[in-house]
Design a protein around this ligand. Structure first.
Ligand code: NAP
Length: 374
């Protein structure tokens, strides 16, 4: 499958890279005239601007909503209208390294309204790192250094295009490659996943089941725990807010833990790593337990367990597999079509609700992938 590839989803990218991306993004918008006012095409765009940097949990007042008229598109350009916008934990940390005043970062699935590019036709769905905005003018040939390169959503057989932001997009590929290439689970092994009821974690656990593993999940509510075991086929799941991880693992992973897919970091992860078997593998995907914290929280040390059990701990960014992006999407699609992979979306309606939906996702309001439908 010919797919244009996302460039990077860095939960904690180097400041220099982010600054460069911010500058280039601004330049791109200026170059394409998107930020300029009143060229008179009659298409009005709403966008959220980051008014100030977050302190602790983001607040709706950290954003301001502006409306502007877009200019007519030029040769080679495309005008697209957002249908679904993504809410991702990386936004919370990533945006801190950009100056306030710019459009809030984020991916979206948009529908082409008008095209002067031979590669895009009206009605095509496009996955792009356009930020929190309802309409975007972009040039597919410009290869701008945005957080994610723009690509056409592949044929997903009549499923909702919103899945291009979830199981059939970046989070699905994070689960697929992170589990299979970093943890490398073997049939019969025990796999633990934290953040298990979220966009990435819910797919990780199901792929581990497909590979014949025992799967144990940690999530933040009894409803999520029930969903994991009763709907998704996890062997065991626990509410980390009400169950001591040590007790949960004694119960759910009686033979110890061979693979740990870590979405959250912190004390929960220390508990899991301290219960791993010899030769265990840890895929460090994220550390959402620290994203709203000021400074880096402390947790129990893991080095004694890492040494004595010769554990392998590896952080990764999904962009490592940019050249295999289509493979992940197609495999997850096939598993969905074969009835082996389920997905859930928590859909907030209304573009104006982006800020509160971001706060909600960080608090754990979502089951599966959090998106906003414009
Ligand atoms: N390395 C990469 O390339 C890459 C790519 C994508 C995502 N990620 C990372 O993967 C992780 C999951 O991302 P996602 O998109 O799938 O998000 P998600 O799990 O769909 O949503 C975030 C979830 O985090 C949980 N959470 C919030 N505060 C927590 C805390 N203090 N302790 C434990 N859990 C907490 C909440 O669920 P509960 O109700 O269970 O608390 C919430 O629903 C994040 O760390 C993200 O940064 C990394």
């Amino acid at each position: 499958m010919a797919l244009r590839l996302p460039l990077c989803f860095l939960p904690r990218p180097p400041a220099s890279l982010v600054a460069a991306a911010a500058t280039l993004l601004q330049r791109r918008h200026l170059a394409s005239g998107v930020e300029s006012q009143g060229a008179g095409a009659g298409v009005f765009c709403k966008r959220f601007v980051l008014a100030r940097h977050f302190k602790g949990e983001p607040k709706p007042s950290d954003f301001s909503l502006v409306t502007e008229e877009l200019p007519p598109i030029k040769d080679g350009e495309v005008l697209a209208e957002a249908e679904f916008l993504s809410l991702d934990p990386y936004m919370r940390v990533y945006v801190l390294r950009r100056p306030p005043g710019g459009t809030m970062i984020g991916g979206q699935v948009a529908r082409v309204l008008e095209s002067k590019s031979p590669d895009y036709k009206v009605g095509d769905h496009v996955v792009g790192d356009f930020g929190w905005r309802t309409h975007t003018v972009f040039n597919p040939e410009a290869h701008e250094h945005t957080l994610m390169r723009t690509y056409k959503l592949p044929d997903i057989g009549g499923l909702s295009p919103s899945l291009g932001l979830g199981v059939l997009g970046m989070p699905g590929n994070t689960a697929y490659f992170g589990l299979l290439e970093v943890c490398r689970p073997v049939k019969g092994e025990t796999v633990v996943v934290s953040g298990a009821a979220g966009a990435v974690g819910s797919i990780v656990g199901q792929i581990a089941k497909i590979k014949g593993c025992r799967v144990v999940g940690f999530a933040g509510s009894d409803e999520k725990v029930k969903w994991l075991t009763e709907e998704l086929g996890f062997d065991a799941a626990y509410n980390y807010k009400t169950t001591r991880p040590r007790d949960a693992l004694k119960d759910g992973a009686p033979k110890g833990v061979d693979c740990y897919f870590d979405n959250v970091g912190g004390e929960l992860s220390s508990s899991v790593i301290n219960r791993m078997n010899y030769g265990g593998r840890v895929a460090v995907c994220g550390s959402i337990s620290s994203y709203n914290a000021d400074g880096l929280p402390k947790a129990t040390i893991i080095q004694p367990a890492v040494v004595t059990n010769e554990l392998k701990i590896e952080g990764f960014l999904v962009t490592r597999w940019n050249d295999r992006w289509g493979e992940g999407i197609l495999q997850n699609l096939k598993w969905i079509q074969d009835g082996k992979l389920k997905y859930e979306e928590t859909v907030t309606k209304g573009f104006e609700n982006m800020p509160s939906a971001l706060v909600g996702m960080l608090r754990g309001d979502n089951t599966g992938k959090a998106v906003v439908k414009v």
